[in-house]
Design a protein. Structure first.
Length: 513
């Protein structure tokens, strides 16, 4: 987290430099540190993501130096506040001043070593530039005009699911009066949730059922949260349940569903006990009500219903894979002839997994459309595929895509791993958390919140953040992250010592809307 740690340190230093009660020596020292930090920030701003292999060592050194510097400075400021607020009965003003100076002298040497380290890093950066070992983002590498604006990827993500949708609709409307479960089963990344959402939002299905609701279960089953989620979905608003008991919440769900033909989607079930607990909440009104279950566990899928067999998600064939990637990158435009061959090589290595195609599509959509860059992507995907199992392959793909992110987006993306798994967060809350954690680089022409909104739209365009709900005006209302991406963020955050950056966890902003 080199960029995020530098950005946070830079803002701390700017606050200090505006203080009036500094000695000249102190001010000169802080200004020198600020200049080093500003230089490295500017360097990361313009360095191409393609440099990730060459920069990984330097970024680790930058991150560690910035973390340590900010810890020292904030500790000194805290000690100064404590000293200045001490009892005058025991401490004279002169004594407190001497104490502050002593604190500063003790830490000056450590900060001096950090400046020397940043000087060393800066020298290495200059040398790498002189040897052309670092690629720099140039205006000529800017994206096509069509790529500079945000877009909805809902249509793109459903490419290749027409036949699946028809089959699920047949099962849901089959003339059978008892409450039954329709299971959608398959490995992670095959598009189970996408198919369930496509079915859920289908106009024919919406008219067929009186009420619909959607709830995510995930690996850690939290019954109270599941019930709250059901009530929110059934009522179409944020239900303020307060301290209502599980029994009261379950009773409210049952009352809403009584005598109605309903459709409930239970997304991401891992074990049979979870399904039994959730299914017990729903009355059998003997009117053709249905439950859609998505799961990676084939045992759960087979046991969910004795009447309806599980629907197994299949890998996309070559044609469907190309159509999906093409739609993600070009929309209604045509793919340039010189990119078609390398594009087909890329889809072959995605092995028919929709999530991979969507993520690679998001990367190519936001990148320069040149044969050179597409070959760079193909080479890196190939290096991930060789000699790894499926799970490690997936994390390897995501790691490559993460390393292609502009530095200013990385902390915002990793922050999604700080949230609970499958957590649906309001846009306004998320952007405020990003701002509070100093992930947003100030822009004189815009507010920090406006810049944060732009970061969010960029991550949505890259398919790294999913829009869960849109407002009537077409703005993002709530969003979340795929559970495989969430797992990556958790692991990467630990590796990057990301918790040292996060100062404002979700709980601080629980009341934000």
């Amino acid at each position: 987290m080199a960029y995020a740690s530098l950005l946070s340190l830079n803002q701390t230093l700017e606050q200090i430099l505006h203080l009036d009660d500094q000695t000249e020596q102190h001010h000169i020292f802080m200004r020198s540190l600020h200049e080093k930090v500003s230089f490295l920030l500017s360097f990361l701003d313009v360095s191409s993501p393609q440099n990730s292999d060459k920069l990984i060592g330097l970024e680790g050194r930058i991150r560690d130096a910035a973390y340590e510097a900010e810890d020292i400075i904030e500790s000194s400021m805290s000690n100064q506040i404590v000293s200045e607020s001490g009892s005058h009965e025991y401490r004279t003003e002169s004594h407190m001043s001497n104490h502050i100076v002593l604190e500063w002298d003790q830490k000056f040497e450590r900060l001096q070593k950090i400046i020397q380290e940043l000087n060393s890093i800066s020298d290495e950066v200059v040398k790498m530039r002189e040897k052309n070992e670092i690629q720099v983002l140039l205006p000529s590498n800017s994206l096509p005009a069509a790529s500079s604006k945000s877009r909805s990827t809902n249509k793109s993500a459903t490419v290749g699911l027409d036949r699946d949708l028809m089959e699920i609709k047949k099962l849901l409307t089959k003339p059978h009066s008892e409450l039954e479960v329709v299971s959608i089963v398959g490995m992670g990344g095959l598009g189970k949730t996408t198919l369930a959402k496509l079915t859920y939002n289908d106009s024919f299905i919406a008219n067929h059922f009186d009420v619909r609701a959607w709830v995510v279960v995930s690996q850690e089953y939290r019954e109270q949260e599941v019930l709250k989620g059901l009530l929110n979905s059934l009522r179409g608003l944020n239900h303020e349940s307060g301290e209502e008991s599980i029994e009261k919440l379950a009773e409210n769900v049952s009352k809403i569903l009584k005598d109605k033909r309903y459709l409930i989607v239970i997304d991401d079930v891992w074990v049979m006990e979870q399904l039994n607990q959730v299914k017990s909440l729903f009355p059998d009104n003997n009117n053709g009500s249905r439950i859609i279950l998505t799961t990676r566990n084939s045992v759960v899928a087979h046991r969910a219903s004795h009447l309806f067999p599980p629907y197994h998600m299949a890998f996309l064939d070559v044609e469907a894979s190309w159509n999906l990637l093409h739609e993600m990158v070009f929309g209604e435009e045509r793919c340039p002839p010189e990119l078609q061959e390398i594009g087909h090589m890329i889809i072959m290595m995605c092995e028919g997994l929709p999530l991979l195609l969507v993520l690679i599509g998001g990367l190519l959509y936001k990148s320069e459309r040149t044969l050179h860059y597409w070959k760079h992507v193909e080479r890196n995907i190939h290096s991930v595929v060789v000699g790894m199992d499926y799970h490690m392959n997936f994390l390897g793909y995501i790691s490559f895509i993460y390393n292609q992110l502009p530095h200013h987006l990385r902390a915002c993306f990793l922050y999604m791993g700080v949230l609970p798994e499958d957590y649906e967060i309001r846009r306004s809350k998320l952007t405020k958390l990003w701002v509070a954690n100093r992930f947003i680089k100030p822009d004189r022409s815009k507010s920090l919140e406006e810049v944060a909104e732009e970061y969010l739209k960029d991550l949505v365009d890259r398919n790294l953040i999913l829009v869960r709900e849109w407002s009537y005006s077409g703005e993002i209302k709530t969003c979340s992250i795929h559970d495989i991406l969430w797992q990556f963020c958790m692991l990467k955050a630990k590796d990057e010592k990301f918790n040292s950056v996060v100062g404002y966890p979700l709980e601080v902003y629980d009341n934000l809307r």
